[in-house]
Design a protein. Sequence first.
Length: 379
Amino acid sequence: MALHTHTPADLQRHTDYPYFLQSISPEDIETSQRRMVAEWFPQSGVQLTWPHAGTDWADMLDEVNECYLRLAHAIATRTALLIATPEPEEVRRLLTEKLPQRALTNIVVAECPTDDTWARDHAPLSIVGPQGTELLDFRFNGWGGKFEAENDNAITRHLYEQGYLQGTYVDCLDFELEGGSIESDGRGTLLTTSQCLLNPNRNPQYNREQIEEILRERLGADRVLWLDHGYMAGDDTDSHVDTLARLCPSDTILYVSCADADDEHYEALRSMEQQLQSFRTADNQPYRLVALPMAPAIFDGPDRLPATYANYLVMDTAVLYPTYGCPETDEQARQAITKAFPKYELVGIDCRALIRQHGSLHCATMQYPRGVVRSAEKA
């Protein structure tokens, strides 16, 4: 199948190109060069990997299923939703019982062995250019060998071989890279954290310069911005960038800020903010920085959970963002995200269940560019 490649002129001509995205400047969606696309690039759908009793969700399966149903509803009423699960009939039954028909018509359920549910980290990274779309399948080793991941590491290959994902499959299993650890502006700039990508539990045979060269070559990057500060208590990922700071259209960065000097994150996040202020765009201009509030402290016993408002998902016409049962900071987060995505619908999803396993909304999802996800009509 020949995949359509969008150019800025194409996008302005297409009548189905969402009005919300038309507010983004053409240079933010340039595809004349081979690039890892930005999250706001026009999409074909979103992937979820559904929880089951064989995962760490076993003791709270009903609770997390409710969260996934909210996610499925928010996604499938707006775009195609691809669900990977080893229990397709059980998931279909649950969806049929709980979701409206207008959502069900957009959902494809794919049978696939899974260890866990964090699609952001086991799904492929999408590269778009003049030759079409590449799906880069990097190795996923359970965030540095912390958890079993053999099945999750094979999900992309299963989905591709069954025809649920379309494009050019690229085997990158010789290199450990998780989707939550890397951000792209779609124009050649990547944002990542040194604590994750330089951690010896990922690719110990490579130094910083070698890793940066691999990112440039495989992801079509011109440059890499390395964050050296910032963390979230309870985070298993060794400081994924999507818990801390996110690239946005028009040279904007949304980032987590902490105003409470007594909070354990205060010094690290202040240092991160100072480093962000020193970053420059490809045109040597300072980034427009928009601060997200620090989420309320939520504990599971004595352990603080990694609640963060940076873990949102950008779709074609909406941004799904996590909420944590705190109306004041939830609203502050909505207002901050609106500054970076002013024409988008903002949809809050209660993610207090997700953080019990140390992830949030963005971690649970993976978006794909146009032409990749097989529609329900073709399934």
